[in-house]
Ligand binder design. Structure first.
Ligand SMILES: [Zn+2]
Length: 158
C-alpha cells in the first residue's frame, strides 16, 4: 500500500457505517459495541490526540517501528525499551480497508505488552492504515480499539 493509491469511489456515510459494524471483515466488526457514529468516534479521538502533544504522523511512525522490531522476533517477545515488549503473530491472509481503498493489508498482529502493568495493546497493518488515513481508532468494545491517550502513553518512552 503506497500513498499513491487514491480512493476510487468512497462509500457513503451510511454504507460505511454498516461495513464498519459488520463482522465480515473482522470478528465483532470495527465498531465493537459502540453506539456512536464512526464520525463521532473519529472526532472524539482527534480531540484526545490533540491533548497528547503527539500527531497522527508521530503515532503511526512509532507503531510501524515497533511492528518492524516485533516482526524480527518471529513470534517471540522482543524488548522495545525498558517499559514495553512486543511480539508479532503472522496470521495468514489479508484484509481490505473498509473505506474501500484499493489494496489489501496483512493480518499480522503486533501485540505490545507494558511491563509491570497488565496493559496489552494489539494492532494490525490495517489498524495503522485506519489511524493514518482515516483517524479511526475503532469503536469501544472492538478487540482492536486503541484508545489514543493510552496508546500514546504506552508506545512513547516516558
Ligand atoms: Zn483506507
Amino acid at each position: 500500500m503506497t500513498d499513491s493509491h487514491k480512493i476510487k469511489q468512497p462509500p457513503d456515510t451510511q454504507e460505511l457505517d454498516s461495513i464498519l459494524r459488520s463482522s465480515k471483515l473482522v470478528s465483532g466488526g470495527f465498531m465493537g459495541t459502540d453506539q456512536r457514529s464512526y464520525e463521532k468516534v473519529i472526532q472524539s479521538d482527534a480531540a484526545d490526540i490533540a491533548c497528547t502533544g503527539k500527531t497522527i504522523t508521530d503515532i503511526v511512525a512509532r507503531m510501524r517501528d515497533i511492528s518492524a522490531l516485533a516482526e524480527r522476533g518471529l513470534g517471540a517477545n522482543v524488548t522495545i525499551n525498558e517499559n514495553i515488549q512486543a511480539s508479532a503473530t503472522d496470521t495468514r491472509g489479508k484484509i481490505p480497508c473498509p473505506w474501500q481503498h484499493p489494496g489489501l493489508f496483512k493480518k499480522t498482529v503486533t501485540t505490545v505488552k507494558r511491563l509491570n502493568a497488565d496493559t496489552i495493546l494489539h494492532w494490525s497493518d490495517l489498524s495503522i492504515h485506519l489511524i493514518e488515513k482515516h483517524g479511526f481508532f475503532q469503536g469501544y468494545g472492538s478487540p482492536f480499539r486503541l484508545a489514543p491517550k493510552e496508546l500514546v502513553q504506552i508506545i512513547f518512552p516516558a
